[in-house]
Design a protein around this ligand. Structure first.
Ligand code: ADP
Ligand code: MG
Length: 249
């Protein structure tokens, strides 16, 4: 490597300009061939750094969101769920629901793609630079209970309230005792009209009283969640069983 290249690379490393470090040699060679004006060359080089910084910020957001898997909206086969309003779901990809502090509720039996869609929307939100967290209802309730016992519930609720989008997966998978239901109510209340929630559940609202063990708190939670919400009832067949059923027929 020439002395000049050495110097450039050590400056780029010191300035942590990894995007330029990875691309400047190729761009320089092309610029020489194309006799690019200096300003155009500089613009190309800076663009690479910006692109890398954007990608890395999105990757960090996706990592911090703790999705159980990475599935995109583009991978969702809407033809398999014809009753689901594709246009309405795709519209949500713009993330305007987050700007409007609206919620999304995905209801339906196992395997119909509720978690897939919640993850896909969460990834769209990360790409739009929002702070997102995906958490199962069970883990969320455990964390809230623990914080209550430790005397750190206020800080915990505050941390949850800082997220632009909170995805709560599988609400109602396990019965929810009264103390946890009250904590969930507090969480839903602090986010109400301030920040968005996506909830997935195998149960329709009329069944929520069962796993909440308390109809009053169940309706108070539902009330706040649905006030500004896009609700989807996905009642088609399980995608998990798709190929298995084909083999039986
Ligand atoms: P649910 O949360 O409703 O139980 P999931 O979202 O976990 O269902 O879906 C189960 C599996 O099937 C996942 O791997 C998901 O990506 C896939 N899946 C479900 N529905 C579809 C669909 N319409 N198109 C593509 N993949 C799907
Ligand atoms: Mg699921």
């Amino acid at each position: 490597m020439s002395e000049l290249a050495n110097q450039i690379e050590s400056h780029l490393k010191a300035l942590q300009l990894k995007g330029i470090l990875a691309s400047y040699r190729e761009i320089s060679n092309q610029a020489v061939k194309a006799r690019l004006p200096y300003e155009e060359y500089l613009a190309l080089v800076l663009e690479q750094e910006l692109k890398r910084k954007n990608e890395s910020s999105i990757n960090t957001k996706v990592f911090k969101a703790k999705f159980p898997f990475v599935k995109t909206m583009e991978e969702f086969d809407f033809s398999f769920q014809p009753a689901l309003n594709e246009k309405e779901v795709i519209k949500l990809s713009s993330c305007s629901f987050i700007e409007e502090k609206n919620n999304i509720i995905l209801l339906g039996p196992p395997g119909v793609g509720k978690t897939h869609l919640a993850v896909a929307l969460g990834i769209k939100a990360c790409k739009a630079k929002y702070r997102v967290l995906f958490i199962s209802a069970q883990k969320l309730l455990e964390e809230l209970s623990l914080a209550k016992r430790d005397g750190t519930i206020f800080a915990k609720l505050l941390a949850f309230s800082r997220l632009h989008l909170l995805v709560i997966d599988e609400l109602g998978y396990m019965p929810i005792p009264r103390e946890q239901a009250n904590l969930l109510f507090q969480l839903v209340s602090i986010r109400y009209e301030k920040a968005s929630v996506i909830i997935t559940s195998n149960y329709n609202f009329d069944q929520w009283g069962k796993f909440f063990d308390d109809n009053v708190v169940a309706s108070a939670i539902i009330d706040r969640l649905v006030h500004h919400a896009n609700i989807f009832f996905i009642n088609g067949s399980s995608y998990r069983l798709k190929d298995k059923l084909k083999n039986i027929n």
